[in-house]
Design a protein around this ligand. Sequence first.
Ligand SMILES: [Zn+2]
Length: 242
Amino acid sequence: MYHSITDTADDPYRVTVSPVRFARQLRWLCDRGLRGVSVRELLAATAEGRAKGLVGLTFDDGYADFLDSALPLLLRHGFTATVYVLPGRLGGENGWDADGPRKPLLDEDGIRRITGAGMEIGSHGLRHVPLTEADDTTLAAETRHSRALLEEMTGRPVDGFCYPYGQVDPRAIRAVREAGYRYGCAIDPGPHTGAYALPRVHIGENDTSWRLAAKRVLHPLRRRRPVGPLPVPCAPAPVGAP
Ligand SMILES: [Zn+2]
């Protein structure tokens, strides 16, 4: 799980990885015979039993720096990725992060260019609202309407939704499924883990080779779907990284 790829010393929410570090992380994957792919591609491969060696790469929030920083490096390695964008904040900025720094978000043209380069575009909702706190009207708009806008913009089906702040509960999951998405990305969904609450691991600027190796080993163990019946009702999901 990535967010922004750029050079900055001001990163209170730990959402930024420098292009140099990002390039090293992609090289790390390559050196181990691993290939970065979009979540759509990863799930299709998993269904066909050919996901070995594939690593899903995701970019939340739709930062405009993806185009100049991440995309060329991904293409150079022959990788794909999924970018979860905010069609209610096109060309805007990350106003939900109170402490800043302000970062520009992708506009319509940028989203089309990313699609044209072979990447998957998914929805992060309309305006980065935590779905677990949204009323019914907002919940429907954030899921259903954002998907319709992105499908119209890209001319392609939008299969993936990514929960803002990683916050999931059964009601949010139902809304995402009923809006026509085929999967949902969370962070650490615990008992909700499944196709509509996929766990992901945060990758940051300090993730050097040995830390990536540790995360690779630990991720499937720590984020394993709990065995046994699903507990209901569920405790509120912890607030993760933005
Ligand atoms: Zn986000």
